[in-house]
Design a binder for this molecule. Structure first.
Ligand code: NDP
Ligand code: RET
Length: 317
């Protein structure tokens, strides 16, 4: 049970990736500021979290079942909490989707919205009455740079994150009246199971309905470039989790938090030219026209981020 003064943090999607690492790092806080309710939809996947939680399990971390797409599961989980009290709700659960639009089924696209948009809406709707009554609370949402700037072949995933951005921007104003804060976290690529799950889907697909040129652009141009982005700019789930902890610990939390400064200029283009041409054409050129420059600049970034440039210039041979 949470002790006085401890913040109760409920996190969705803790079976892997950012959610798992956030749960573990919060539970291991040296000042024991947090009591973590780490949730996942399938408890058969809890072994990894249990292992990484170590001695914090049943102390500052408990594991509960919660599927963000299921009303009963959400109700049951919240009713099982002491006084239904949650200080911080972290909406982390989510799924990606890539590929030519023509080859994706409406059902699969709806699943993305059910998880990334309506899943978050369902969670917020469920905790709101208690937070409003207590006049305290913090709602954190794992959005994405793709909630601010669309990326080719990520049309529906990106739309689901844009949707949650609009929802949160609207809601945040009303909630301030009740002393409830809303924060959007905007990571760029993060090296979790996210990319692998996407590649598994791609490997299974025969791209029904998509023409040969589009499939070629997707497979031979987009996929290698995207992988390069993950390798060069990708953050670790720990890095993102630590940024989230900073936001959770703030007395006056910020509304929007970009975790990856290397990616920020790509998002900023949109605000530099309100016509949208700068970003649309730059992304087009980066993908289709400047293959060599793209490749070189990614390699340069890789060197800067891994620090080998500095080591080479500073360390005498
Ligand atoms: N990785 C990246 O590059 C980026 C990720 N993000 C966002 O970060 C969040 C976490 O992703 P990440 O850790 O990278 O990816 P992972 O795939 O490692 O983790 C996703 C988590 O969400 C869970 N989940 C999916 N659907 C549901 C559901 N219906 N109910 C409950 N849990 C569910 C998964 O559970 P299960 O194991 O059961 O499938 C898993 O625990 C997502 O919202 C994603 O959109 C944002 C920017 C970049
Ligand atoms: C920047 C960039 C690209 C890819 C970006 C990617 C792949 C970003 C992934 C972000 C993720 C995974 C967010 C999750 O929410 C392209 C189109 C290859 C080429 C042009 C420049």
């Amino acid at each position: 049970m949470a002790t006085d003064g401890q913040k109760v943090v409920l996190i969705t999607g803790c079976s892997s990736g950012i959610g798992l690492r956030l749960a573990v790092l919060l539970a291991r806080d040296t000042q024991r500021r947090f009591y973590v309710i780490a949730t996942m939809r399938d408890l058969r996947k809890k072994a990894k979290l249990e292992e990484e939680a170590g001695v914090t399990l049943h102390e500052t971390l408990v594991i509960r079942q919660l599927d963000v797409c299921c009303d009963e599961s959400v109700t049951e989980c919240l009713n099982g909490l002491q006084d239904r009290k949650i200080d911080v709700l972290v909406n982390n659960a989510g799924m990606g989707q890539i590929g030519p639009l023509e080859s994706l089924s409406m059902q699969d696209m709806q699943k993305v919205f059910d998880t990334n948009f309506f899943g978050v809406v369902r969670m917020i709707k469920a905790v709101l009455p208690d937070m409003k009554r207590r006049k305290s609370g913090h709602i954190v949402v794992m959005s994405s740079v793709m909630g601010l700037q669309g990326i080719v072949f990520n049309d529906v995933y990106s739309a689901s994150k844009f949707a949650i951005e609009g929802f949160c921007e609207s809601l945040a104003v009303q909630l301030l009246k009740f002393n409830v804060n809303v924060s959007l976290i905007e990571p760029g690529p993060v090296n979790t199971e996210f990319e692998m799950k996407l590649m598994e889907e791609v490997a299974k697909s025969e791209f029904p309905g998509a023409d040969a040129d589009t499939v070629r652009y997707f497979k031979d141009v987009y996929l290698p470039a995207s992988h390069e982005i993950f390798v060069t700019l990708g953050q670790s789930p720990d890095t993102v989790a630590k940024e989230v902890i900073k936001v959770i610990a703030m007395r006056k939390p910020v509304f929007r938090y970009l975790t990856n400064s290397l990616y920020t200029p790509l998002v900023a283009m949109k605000y530099a030219d309100e016509s949208g041409n700068l970003s649309v054409r730059s992304f087009y050129n980066l993908l289709f026209n400047y293959g060599t420059i793209f490749h070189l600049s990614m390699n340069l970034l890789k060197c800067i981020t891994c620090n080998c440039f500095r080591r080479r210039t500073v360390t005498p041979s």
